[in-house]
Design a protein around this ligand. Structure first.
Ligand SMILES: [Zn+2]
Length: 298
């Protein structure tokens, strides 16, 4: 091997470019030979259980590498135009392996043409409509996973999240990933989304505002002093205090509003004694009860 540490940056770059071109030029040959051996079932005759077995055991490829090459090889048997596209770098091996499941479609030549020169994300957009998935409900399920480490006898409790999001959400997440790259270089979704959600809560959750001494800011609270908001929130436990005719307390933590027991329009004050927390449905119900059905509330 050349003494490459003696080469200048320019020489190294030139050599790297040549090697890349060489490697890319050889790949279609590899793919074509593999495809032909696979078609003839020649490897099984020689004692390998499959083409995959041969690639992993004899050639020392990783399982992923073997899968991508075999998918590409089988696709190229039926669509030989994939080989020059690979050689010239118009399609990557990954792209060919992704196109492979669709290769028997009559419009495969158009799909191949559209895929050339595209990024992985762009290719996904081309291929996704070819095998549409049914719409699924959002999922959040508690699961146990074996904790990493030797022996792995301990389980960790995790939550399995699954949902079908929009491309806009993906773009937004990618942007957050960029902004937080210094903090989370490997950008796991759990860490990223936790930062975003905690940031939202810090700014919008009245419970957090109480902790920070800012006073809860929820519906109808603009004219109420922060210490009063804090006191009402603490007394009511951050929950709706509505009690139904049967004695059942609501206790909802959603859509809370400060309700005036004696309405402001009737001289009710913004005092701790006159205020209470109600969820919006119960606040509406109370207003209707006091002011009469159908009246416009000022
Ligand atoms: Zn309620």
């Amino acid at each position: 091997m050349d003494d490459f540490n003696l080469l200048s940056d320019e020489e190294l770059l030139k050599r790297l470019g040549e090697l890349h071109k060489e490697e890319r030029g050889k790949l279609p040959w590899f793919i074509a030979c593999l495809g032909e051996l696979d078609r003839r079932k020649a490897l099984e005759k020689r004692g390998y259980s499959s083409t995959f077995d041969y690639c992993v055991r004899q050639l020392g490829l990783s399982e992923d590498e073997a899968c991508r090459r075999i998918q590409a090889a089988r696709a190229a048997v039926s669509r030989p135009q994939l080989l020059p596209a690979l050689a010239e770098g118009r399609l990557s091996l990954t792209a060919v392996s992704r196109i492979a499941p669709h290769i028997r479609r009559p419009d495969a030549p158009e799909i191949i043409a559209r895929a050339e020169g595209k990024s992985t994300r762009e290719l996904e957009c081309i291929l996704a409509p070819l095998s549409p998935e049914s719409s699924k409900r959002d999922l959040m399920r508690t699961i146990a996973v074996a904790a990493p480490g030797p022996g792995a006898t301990r389980n960790e409790i995790k939550v399995h999240f699954a949902f079908q999001g929009s491309p806009a959400l993906r773009e937004a997440i990618e942007r957050v990933r960029e902004l937080l790259a210094h903090k989370f270089p490997f950008g796991g979704l759990n860490a990223l989304l936790l930062v975003v959600v905690e940031d939202y809560l810090a700014r919008n959750d009245p419970q957090e505002a109480i902790k920070l001494g800012r006073g809860a800011s929820v519906g109808g609270s603009s004219a109420i002093a922060a210490p009063v908001r804090r006191a009402v929130w603490a007394r009511d436990g951050g929950r709706c205090v509505y009690v139904g005719p049967g004695g059942v307390r609501c206790e909802s933590r959603r859509m809370l509003e400060f309700d005036h027991r004696r309405p402001r329009s009737r001289g009710g004050e913004n005092s701790v004694e006159n205020l209470r927390l109600l969820c919006r449905p119960h606040n509406d119900a109370e207003r209707r009860r006091i002011l009469g059905e159908g009246k416009v509330i000022p």
